[in-house]
Write a protein that binds this ligand. Structure first.
Ligand code: DX5
Ligand code: ZN
Length: 214
């Protein structure tokens, strides 16, 4: 399993030592939850934080943009050092816009991901599945860390896994929201490749929490 701790829940007053502990725990990615206050009613951080973290950590920077205008912000965060950009299909006016953003991200040799809110049908991205490197299944309603895992997500993960296998694609499945030792194992069994965990990692012993969901 790839573990991507979400820095949304980090104690920013001790960022350097927390990033060291994240690496010590064996996490390979860092997850950045970017929110614009419009797509979700929360406002988090901009590209300058990425630039700062880039200087402190060599982990893969997995950037999840929960923003109304992903076409604008994808390049902004790629220029700031993102290794992958995941945007929301619900923020695109149609699948063609999603296709355009996916190819823009891939043109810069970054990982291109699409994310779905819990209530968005998985099938809605099937027409563009072969143009994605990753699909992020939100297991909470986007906006805040510390929410409870939505159990129905497990069915969605396994349905998506079956579709990917049926079509012989190599698309990663990432799950984000309410991940802990129990829900993380269930997501792994359902077919997830990458687990995002914020509060479970940063509100506990960081290396131990990461190892418990590996
Ligand atoms: C919601 C965020 C959270 C965060 C993880 O928009 O995307 O899901 O990454 O938060 P926890 O792990 O605390 O649920
Ligand atoms: Zn996220």
């Amino acid at each position: 399993m790839i573990i991507a701790p979400s820095i949304l829940s980090m104690d920013f007053s001790s960022m350097e030592s927390q990033l060291k502990q994240v690496k010590e725990g064996g996490a390979a990615w860092l997850h950045f939850d970017v929110m614009d206050g419009h797509f979700v009613r929360n406002l988090t951080f901009g590209p300058d934080l990425l630039k700062g973290v880039r200087k402190l950590s060599d982990l893969v920077m997995d950037v999840h943009i929960m923003v109304e205008d992903p076409a604008y912000f994808a390049p902004v965060f790629m220029d700031a050092g993102a290794d992958g950009i995941t945007f929301h299909i619900e923020a695109c006016k149609d699948l063609d816009e999603a296709r355009t953003i996916l190819s823009l991200i891939r043109s810069k040799n970054k990982r291109a991901g699409v994310s779905l809110r819990p209530q968005t049908p998985i099938e809605s991205l099937y027409p563009i599945l072969d143009e994605c490197d990753m699909v992020l299944i939100m297991s909470v309603n986007p906006g805040f860390g510390g929410q409870a895992f939505i159990e129905d997500s497990l069915k969605r993960i396994s349905e998506l896994r079956q579709e990917i296998q049926r079509r012989g694609l190599s698309v990663l499945i990432e799950v984000d929201g309410g991940i802990n030792k129990t829900t993380g194992k269930a997501c792994q069994d359902a077919g997830a490749d990458v687990l995002v965990a914020g509060s479970y990692v940063f509100k506990n012993d960081i290396p131990e929490a990461i190892r418990s969901i590996m």
